[in-house]
Design a protein around this ligand. Sequence first.
Ligand code: NAP
Ligand code: MN
Length: 270
Amino acid sequence: MPVSLNYFLLDRGDALSRELAANFHRLAEEKGLRRSENAPEVVVSIGGDGTMLHAFHQFQDQLDRIAFVGIHTGHLGFYADWKPNELEDLVTLMADGGGLSNRVVKYPLLRVQITSDKGSESFLALNEFTLKGADATLVAQLNINDKPFEMFRGDGICISTPSGSTAYNKSLNGALLHPSLEAIQIAEIASINNRVYRTIGSSLVLPKHHHCDIIPRKTQKLLITVDHLAIPYSSITSVRTTVADQKVTFARYRPFPFWSRVKDAFVGDI
Ligand code: NAP
Ligand code: MN
């Protein structure tokens, strides 16, 4: 007995993505899927990984009941891993019932809590959080599990999820982490190292239940980013980062191993 699924679709807004979105809606209607703005079970993103970041943040309050799926209209994506010519297969699989429960993967997320003169704010990141000096070198103490670890001076600090390890973190020479690992990775952005200033230099991978606090030197103008979002702060007291309690769910209607995506995206044919 087919189960009718509620879905929401977000596209990047370019001509190809919009055309595919129209095709998706037509096929979905033929197969009895229902559109839902407020309570979808599946969120379909058509565009790039950046489009998936938007979709994630739009529905981040409903992560416990939503599965995301991405179709790429540019190069192969990490979150957008369905090809445009597989659209019909995807709709068919979505419509064939049987529920989603055995066709999903769950990836860890990063929790960021910022205490500033604005009070305390909490963010969830799918890729990463960065902290940078807005107009001068960032100077900040890093504590790991409440113990002082180092005094950082440099452009900034990037803390990423395993699925975000292939994004900004990779440009910083961080390791690529398989998303089955519940961890966060701390990577340096251009740290100053000489006889006076010293940082560890390597990326650090922290397991669940560990936390890293960043305590910037007072009254620095700072810029934080959470995935594609950038927010300026005039003064931050502290930032706490941990593996989040929540995870994000992706619908896996067919297997596409993480290491195959890494190879296809960065190595190509051998
Ligand atoms: P963008 O400038 O279009 O993104 C930069 C590139 O990162 C795009 O090619 C994007 O893919 C790709 N990307 C996003 N998430 C990825 C992932 N998990 N694994 C591998 N590649 C990924 O901006 P955006 O689309 O809004 O994405 C924001 C992200 O850009 C941030 O979360 C950060 O990771 C990344 N970023 C990277 C650098 C850097 O490497 N130096 C600097 C700033 C930001 P699509 O083209 O498919 O969207
Ligand atoms: Mn993009």
